[in-house]
Design a protein around this ligand. Sequence first.
Ligand code: ATP
Length: 397
Amino acid sequence: MVQERDDMIGLDASILMHPQTWAASGHLKEFADPLVECKSCHQRWRVDDLAGNGCPDCGGELTEPRQFNLMFKTFMGPIEDEASVVYLRPETAQGIFVNFQNVLNTTRKRLPFGIAQIGKAFRNEITTGNFIFRSREFEQMEIEFFVKPGSDKEWFDYWLEERFNWYTKLGIKKENLKLRQHMKKELAHYAKECYDIEYQFPMGWAELEGIANRADYDLTQHANFSTKSLEYFDDESKEHFIPYVIEPSAGVDRSALAFLCDAYDEEPDKEEIRVLLHLHPALAPIKVAVLPLSRREKLVEVTKQIYADLRQCWMVSYDDAQSIGRRYRRQDEIGTPFCVTIDFQSLEDNQVTIRERDTMNQIRVPIKELRTTLAAKLSGEELFVLPPGGQIWKEEK
Ligand code: ATP
């Protein structure tokens, strides 16, 4: 989304911003959920989460809903008064808008282009839960893609498809994903059009990401509040205008949960079961595990050399505890795509075994070819032509 595109700039803005940012964005006024409290047990609930009229815990009577602002407050400087209130950002997007002019000046990008940011966001959610689906401190990944007014519909459709495909390319099954269009009454006050990408979690369909056409709402608001123009001059048409913006806004934690749910698998394995995560290699936290067949000094020495070499390129794990079968299973369970095993034969022929997580196929490659072979396999290449002197076979179940 960022590194491999010409039209995207990565940004890391601050978490504490000028409090007026949140007046301009509308968060101070609008960023609230309706909250009710049980009159008997004093448990608090978000109205949207309630099915019936009474308290879900004790059946008690509930208070009238009141609006509860979800922003966390703190104080800037030593005096804790109203004038020094600042907020932990409830989204990363506003950091992009307030830096729009800086990015434009320093990168000299022309429309259409986007600014992307990954970072922590904080919301004082009334109820958290479903593991990491909803928490109070979470990670967002957002893009604000600035376009010429009039081309916004085209770019909206482009990003809808691009973002949907991002999940499927990284391994989410198509049947577990859907696009849901926001109804008119559901649309945020600034949005022209909005879709959610939803995933079928074990607890039901729920939002992974929202994609919205926010038109010129945000830049106009920040220009008004700061009294600094955020107009863009288009060299081709010689016009001044405020760009429109398309915003894909996704949750890292929710995506991680979806990737885990989709990747989890259990296979029969003799009397036991093999638990494995079919994670896409790009998502696997550990790419390669290096395993000496035993703890014999000579084997450990060669293995450690290979470990030192490979960890310059990837996150690599070294494991010499318990049987080789157990160690393979441990790596399967955390989704490590490849294990490299160093055995006694390796000391003589300078070859090692690469074992694949999903198929359990094994190939034998010369140590000097190991880095290039793993790089090719991690980027998804099927290696039909084995390096000279290599072999291929399948592990006995
Ligand atoms: P919801 O309706 O589930 O509260 P939202 O519509 O308020 O979410 P957005 O404001 O659109 O969420 O935020 C963009 C993305 O940030 C969401 O699609 C989600 O992936 C993620 N996100 C939002 N709130 C949380 C949270 N409390 N915990 C984890 N991720 C979150």
